[in-house]
Design a protein around this ligand. Structure first.
Ligand code: HEC
Length: 156
Protein backbone atom coordinates (compact mmCIF):
# COMPACT_ATOMS: atom_id res chain seq x y z
CA UNK A 1 0.00 0.00 0.00
CA UNK A 2 2.83 2.39 0.89
CA UNK A 3 4.43 1.66 -2.46
CA UNK A 4 1.20 2.39 -4.26
CA UNK A 5 1.08 5.77 -2.62
CA UNK A 6 4.65 6.53 -3.69
CA UNK A 7 3.85 5.57 -7.23
CA UNK A 8 0.79 7.76 -7.08
CA UNK A 9 2.83 10.71 -5.86
CA UNK A 10 5.43 10.11 -8.55
CA UNK A 11 2.72 9.88 -11.20
CA UNK A 12 1.10 13.02 -9.91
CA UNK A 13 4.39 14.91 -9.95
CA UNK A 14 5.14 13.77 -13.48
CA UNK A 15 1.62 14.60 -14.56
CA UNK A 16 1.81 18.05 -13.00
CA UNK A 17 5.10 18.64 -14.75
CA UNK A 18 3.78 17.44 -18.09
CA UNK A 19 0.68 19.55 -17.72
CA UNK A 20 2.55 22.67 -16.76
CA UNK A 21 4.62 22.68 -19.93
CA UNK A 22 2.29 20.82 -22.25
CA UNK A 23 -0.57 23.25 -22.38
CA UNK A 24 -4.12 22.21 -21.62
CA UNK A 25 -4.65 19.32 -23.97
CA UNK A 26 -7.50 17.22 -22.70
CA UNK A 27 -7.27 13.54 -23.42
CA UNK A 28 -10.70 12.05 -23.87
CA UNK A 29 -11.02 8.41 -22.95
CA UNK A 30 -14.55 7.55 -23.98
CA UNK A 31 -14.45 3.93 -22.86
CA UNK A 32 -14.01 4.63 -19.17
CA UNK A 33 -15.85 7.05 -16.94
CA UNK A 34 -13.23 6.88 -14.22
CA UNK A 35 -10.18 7.95 -16.19
CA UNK A 36 -9.21 11.05 -14.20
CA UNK A 37 -9.21 9.21 -10.89
CA UNK A 38 -5.53 8.25 -10.92
CA UNK A 39 -4.68 11.93 -10.74
CA UNK A 40 -6.73 12.38 -7.59
CA UNK A 41 -5.53 9.20 -5.84
CA UNK A 42 -6.57 9.71 -2.26
CA UNK A 43 -8.75 7.11 -0.69
CA UNK A 44 -9.61 4.66 -3.49
CA UNK A 45 -13.07 3.02 -3.70
CA UNK A 46 -14.52 4.51 -0.50
CA UNK A 47 -13.62 8.08 -1.50
CA UNK A 48 -15.19 7.46 -4.90
CA UNK A 49 -18.52 6.42 -3.43
CA UNK A 50 -18.51 9.22 -0.86
CA UNK A 51 -17.80 11.78 -3.56
CA UNK A 52 -20.66 10.44 -5.67
CA UNK A 53 -23.04 10.57 -2.75
CA UNK A 54 -22.00 14.15 -1.97
CA UNK A 55 -22.57 15.37 -5.53
CA UNK A 56 -25.74 13.30 -5.73
CA UNK A 57 -27.06 15.07 -2.65
CA UNK A 58 -26.55 18.44 -4.34
CA UNK A 59 -28.46 17.23 -7.42
CA UNK A 60 -31.23 15.87 -5.21
CA UNK A 61 -31.63 19.16 -3.38
CA UNK A 62 -31.66 21.14 -6.59
CA UNK A 63 -33.85 18.91 -8.73
CA UNK A 64 -35.75 16.14 -6.96
CA UNK A 65 -36.48 17.51 -3.53
CA UNK A 66 -39.20 19.90 -4.70
CA UNK A 67 -41.39 16.89 -5.45
CA UNK A 68 -40.00 13.97 -3.46
CA UNK A 69 -39.35 16.16 -0.37
CA UNK A 70 -36.25 16.62 1.77
CA UNK A 71 -36.94 13.42 3.72
CA UNK A 72 -37.56 11.43 0.51
CA UNK A 73 -41.04 10.51 1.67
CA UNK A 74 -42.89 12.34 -1.10
CA UNK A 75 -46.45 13.54 -0.66
CA UNK A 76 -49.49 11.27 -0.40
CA UNK A 77 -51.29 10.63 -3.70
CA UNK A 78 -49.03 13.13 -5.48
CA UNK A 79 -45.33 12.34 -5.28
CA UNK A 80 -44.28 8.78 -4.44
CA UNK A 81 -41.69 8.13 -1.74
CA UNK A 82 -38.07 7.33 -2.54
CA UNK A 83 -37.61 6.47 1.13
CA UNK A 84 -37.70 2.71 1.44
CA UNK A 85 -39.34 2.54 -1.99
CA UNK A 86 -40.13 -1.04 -3.02
CA UNK A 87 -40.62 0.19 -6.60
CA UNK A 88 -37.03 1.40 -6.62
CA UNK A 89 -35.67 -1.72 -4.95
CA UNK A 90 -37.52 -4.09 -7.28
CA UNK A 91 -36.07 -2.78 -10.55
CA UNK A 92 -33.34 -0.17 -10.50
CA UNK A 93 -33.00 0.24 -14.32
CA UNK A 94 -36.76 0.83 -14.54
CA UNK A 95 -36.50 3.54 -11.87
CA UNK A 96 -33.53 5.20 -13.61
CA UNK A 97 -35.42 5.05 -16.90
CA UNK A 98 -38.34 6.87 -15.29
CA UNK A 99 -36.09 9.75 -14.32
CA UNK A 100 -34.21 10.14 -17.61
CA UNK A 101 -37.14 9.46 -19.95
CA UNK A 102 -40.01 10.70 -17.81
CA UNK A 103 -42.69 8.59 -16.13
CA UNK A 104 -46.47 8.62 -16.45
CA UNK A 105 -49.28 6.21 -15.71
CA UNK A 106 -50.27 4.31 -12.62
CA UNK A 107 -47.58 2.88 -10.40
CA UNK A 108 -47.72 1.37 -6.93
CA UNK A 109 -45.10 2.31 -4.40
CA UNK A 110 -45.11 0.74 -0.94
CA UNK A 111 -48.72 -0.26 -1.39
CA UNK A 112 -49.94 3.19 -2.43
CA UNK A 113 -51.08 3.99 -5.98
CA UNK A 114 -49.84 7.04 -7.85
CA UNK A 115 -50.96 8.24 -11.24
CA UNK A 116 -49.10 11.43 -11.95
CA UNK A 117 -46.35 12.56 -14.28
CA UNK A 118 -42.65 12.99 -13.68
CA UNK A 119 -40.99 15.06 -16.41
CA UNK A 120 -37.72 13.73 -17.86
CA UNK A 121 -34.82 15.25 -15.94
CA UNK A 122 -32.37 17.32 -17.95
CA UNK A 123 -29.30 15.91 -16.23
CA UNK A 124 -26.12 14.29 -17.49
CA UNK A 125 -25.53 10.54 -17.11
CA UNK A 126 -23.10 11.31 -14.29
CA UNK A 127 -25.55 13.55 -12.46
CA UNK A 128 -28.27 10.90 -12.66
CA UNK A 129 -25.80 8.21 -11.53
CA UNK A 130 -24.80 10.36 -8.57
CA UNK A 131 -28.31 11.26 -7.53
CA UNK A 132 -29.40 7.60 -7.62
CA UNK A 133 -26.31 6.61 -5.65
CA UNK A 134 -27.28 9.25 -3.09
CA UNK A 135 -30.88 8.04 -2.93
CA UNK A 136 -29.83 4.37 -2.62
CA UNK A 137 -27.58 5.22 0.31
CA UNK A 138 -30.12 7.40 2.11
CA UNK A 139 -33.77 7.46 3.13
CA UNK A 140 -33.57 3.97 4.60
CA UNK A 141 -32.74 2.38 1.25
CA UNK A 142 -30.40 -0.56 1.07
CA UNK A 143 -27.31 1.04 -0.48
CA UNK A 144 -25.66 0.50 -3.85
CA UNK A 145 -23.98 2.43 -6.59
CA UNK A 146 -25.08 3.57 -10.03
CA UNK A 147 -22.63 4.43 -12.80
CA UNK A 148 -22.98 6.67 -15.82
CA UNK A 149 -23.01 3.59 -18.06
CA UNK A 150 -26.09 2.25 -16.22
CA UNK A 151 -27.87 5.52 -16.98
CA UNK A 152 -26.77 5.60 -20.60
CA UNK A 153 -28.12 2.08 -21.06
CA UNK A 154 -31.71 3.05 -20.22
CA UNK A 155 -31.83 6.41 -22.00
CA UNK A 156 -34.22 6.46 -24.94
C1 HEC B 1 -42.01 17.63 -10.86
C2 HEC B 1 -41.98 16.67 -9.77
C3 HEC B 1 -40.88 15.63 -9.79
C4 HEC B 1 -39.53 15.82 -9.84
C5 HEC B 1 -38.76 17.13 -9.96
C6 HEC B 1 -38.93 14.50 -9.73
N1 HEC B 1 -39.90 13.54 -9.62
FE1 HEC B 1 -39.60 11.55 -9.41
N2 HEC B 1 -41.61 11.23 -9.58
C7 HEC B 1 -42.56 12.22 -9.66
C8 HEC B 1 -43.86 11.62 -9.85
C9 HEC B 1 -45.19 12.36 -9.96
C10 HEC B 1 -43.65 10.22 -9.91
C11 HEC B 1 -44.73 9.15 -10.17
C12 HEC B 1 -45.11 9.15 -11.66
C13 HEC B 1 -46.34 8.28 -11.95
O1 HEC B 1 -47.30 8.36 -11.19
O2 HEC B 1 -46.30 7.52 -12.95
C14 HEC B 1 -42.22 10.01 -9.71
C15 HEC B 1 -41.62 8.78 -9.65
C16 HEC B 1 -40.28 8.57 -9.31
C17 HEC B 1 -39.68 7.29 -9.07
C18 HEC B 1 -40.34 5.93 -9.12
C19 HEC B 1 -41.30 5.72 -7.98
C20 HEC B 1 -40.64 5.65 -6.60
O3 HEC B 1 -41.09 6.42 -5.73
O4 HEC B 1 -39.70 4.86 -6.39
C21 HEC B 1 -38.34 7.52 -8.79
C22 HEC B 1 -37.29 6.49 -8.45
C23 HEC B 1 -38.15 8.94 -8.87
N3 HEC B 1 -39.33 9.55 -9.19
C24 HEC B 1 -36.93 9.56 -8.66
C25 HEC B 1 -36.70 10.91 -8.90
C26 HEC B 1 -35.40 11.52 -8.85
C27 HEC B 1 -34.11 10.81 -8.50
C28 HEC B 1 -35.56 12.84 -9.17
C29 HEC B 1 -34.50 13.90 -9.32
C30 HEC B 1 -33.52 13.68 -10.36
C31 HEC B 1 -36.98 13.05 -9.40
N4 HEC B 1 -37.63 11.85 -9.22
C32 HEC B 1 -37.57 14.27 -9.72
C33 HEC B 1 -42.34 13.58 -9.57
C34 HEC B 1 -41.11 14.18 -9.66
Amino acid sequence: MKNLKLVAIATLTTATFLFSCGGDEKKETPTTTEAPKSMLEETPAAGGLDAKIASGKAVYEKVCQACHQADGKGLPATFPPLAGSDYLAADLPRAIGGVVNGLTGEITVNGEKFNQAMPAATLSDDEVANVFTYVLNNFGNKGGEVNAADVKAVRK
